[in-house]
Design a protein around this ligand. Sequence first.
Ligand code: ADP
Length: 574
Amino acid sequence: MNWINQLINVPTIDPDDARRRKLLNIIVLGMFALDVLGIFGIIVVDIIDASPPENITSLYISAITVLAGIVITYLINRYWISWVAGVLFVTLFIIAVSQSDTPAELVQGRAMITFVPAVIIASVVLRPYAAFIVAIVVNVLLLIIGLNAQLEPDPFAVPIFLGIALATWLATRTMERAIGDLRLLNLELEDRVRDRTRELAESLSKTEAILDSTADGIIVFDNTGKATVANPAVSGLLVHRAEEIVGSDFEALMSNAVSTEDKGLISGFLHSQEAPEASVKFQWGKKTLSASAAPVHLESGEEIGTVAVFRDFTREAEIDRMKSTFVSIASHELRTPLNAIMGYTEMLNEGVYGPLTEQQRGAMGRLLANSSHMLGLVNNLLDRARIEAGTIKLNIGDFAPSKLIDGVKGVMDMMAHNKGLELTTNVANDVPSTLQGDWQRLHQILINFANNAIKFTQEGSVNIRIYMHDADHWALAVADTGIGIPEDAQQYIFEPFRQVDDSATREYGGAGLGLSIVKQLVTMMGGWIELESEEGKGSTFIVILPLIPPETEEFTLGETDLAVSDVVHQTETE
Ligand code: ADP
């Protein structure tokens, strides 16, 4: 139907003019079709009818004249001035109508009504006020026809035509205004769309520039897990071209670069809605990468995918490994001579090499206390290094809870006594006589708590007890009546090298490692720690452990030590 559009539409700049030309074209072409049909009808009558009407020739002439008028109007409307075409058309229409009936029918009869379309067409294809002009012209015309034929003029003609003109004028004017308002609205809308498109394009190009210049690798996944955006840095990290990444899911990209174990870890991480700060580290070929992920939300709150940030962690991982190795080697190397120093000091103290004076005994006591403090520190450093290297393993076996608690009391009694504190212990009746776990590590945990409890308590008591937490868990609790721990510090004191405040460190000593090691050990044992504390009133550290420990590989600490010695040996031979 494109040709119809081409026939009726006239391309002009003024939209009102284009609309009027189009309307006139529709009317003119409609009439053209009717006229052609009329001519066809006349031809048929002329051929078929044996005695055609007498005025058939004048019918031909009028039909062809009308056709010529229509064609001229169309051509003027299409290629020249629209109002000329409009005036011509309305004039032709009025002439045609005035010829269609007798003067009496026109002036007084129903034929008067046939002038009404001229009024309406004029207001639509010219201007709304043209309705009045045509109404007046028609009235004048009827008056002239009436006078010529000596007929009485119809008294209703003037009010009827003016009424019709008024109604038409009102309707067309309202319609034109509405169209004008609509056009303005459209223009505004177009302006707004253009502005928004420009803003969007600017922000997109800004986002793209930011993504391109970010050193971290960034991939945006949609809700189905397919990558929709990948920046240049990520293709360097993952050794895949950006075009390969976009459209693929991460599982496909991981194929050969990642171990099966890490694949599960990464997929789980990317598809679960972890906290935004959470991250995972994994091997990608020869590289160590870290990834963090966060959900992407629209302004409406709807979640549309996940953004994952990848970072090359290879150097940091290497440095971490070297640091852990160094700490293990250094602490291991320190431990051996320290044990020798302590052994000889003890022998000297016990008079193995001859009796000591009171002054010498005092000096030996300080020597022993300081070396055992240093040994504790070195042991903690070694444990921390093993935890970071992931080489620490538990040695699970049966033990008697009462023996565990007595052992701790035996070690800590003297320290408590020296500070004038009472150290009490207690094993609840419902605790089984045999428990399962790594006795040595549990001992270490209790010593750590008890040591802190005595260290941070000036007067009162320290109590160590074992009880049943619930049917499946038993608990170790160390309570003191000491300085307590402020609420804000209760979380971070479990992080390595963290203490409540530095002035206290200077007063009480310590490196802030004990609790971080305890926390790791307890986690490995399948348990957790609870802390109840109030400043100035004391603290209770509770370790809750499962009665049946989770399965761990049976590696003894001795074997881990061997691994460290190997490293020592290796470094020595290098
Ligand atoms: P360290 O005792 O060697 O500094 P820890 O990791 O064992 O290291 O303890 C960390 C910090 O937690 C301590 O420095 C201290 O500030 C606080 N803390 C631990 N136990 C207690 C306690 N029983 N009472 C008060 N503060 C404590």
